[in-house]
Write a protein that binds this ligand. Sequence first.
Ligand code: ADP
Length: 268
Amino acid sequence: AQIYENNLYANHFFDFLALPPLVLQVQNPTILKNIGPPRIEFRNVSFSYPNGPKVLNNISFVIEPGESVAFVGHNGAGKTTIIKLLCRFYDITSGEILINGIGIKELDLPSWYKFLGTLFQEFVKYHFTVRENIMLGAPDRKDENAMKQAAIKSGAAEFIKKLPQKYDQMLGKEFENGEELSGGQWQKLAIARAFYEEPPVLILDEPTSAIDAEAEYEIFDNLKNQYKNKTLILVSHRFSTVRNADKIIVIESGMIVESGTHENLMKT
Ligand code: ADP
């Protein structure tokens, strides 16, 4: 019965892989050379999901190279949609998204993805060792010291110290001696993985839902200090945890209602 069930799943999986891509590449797309964080601009961007109502309405903002920017707003405001458009999972309905002044539709997507490291709310829990869980962020980079630094900055090092085998600890109950982590611990490990990759643009889309506000603040603050010369994009529904971002953009019902530093926004 299990084989039958898994077989049905495998069919769906291969049907999915065979779907034609929704976004099409132009002929001779521009290949982005990896020369550090790019300038990102959304110019009058509006967007509706296929057959859906307008989700983003005339959004404009600029993220300068190396800036840390936070998108803040209630659930359903449109924050994740902005991130999906930046990754070109969908094409926008109107307006322009410019990367170093080049329209996103003109870009060679694989070369653009080399710039991006994203961590979404749903992340993978790899039943591997702690070390492998972190190093999978950049499999070609074999840097033990950077791996440990990533664990410290994400706040994962604290619980890793207490595991019987520390960084060699196998995770997942399927394994003899495998340890199961709590939701918050898995999240910190996923953040360490994103951190270890050190992409020019690091995007964290509310990966901290199982983490309390104080720990979230610490993680974001550590990231901001680490990411001084790289671009950091944070998405949160908590205004307080992103107070150290260079720029906070407040989204409400698909529109930008305010933007500025935490200090400026508190004054108004
Ligand atoms: P946020 O990240 O601020 O919580 P989202 O960007 O996820 O908000 O969602 C904005 C709006 O778009 C919501 O009304 C949501 O229901 C809708 N939405 C999100 N994803 C899809 C989708 N794949 N198809 C249709 N509507 C969607």
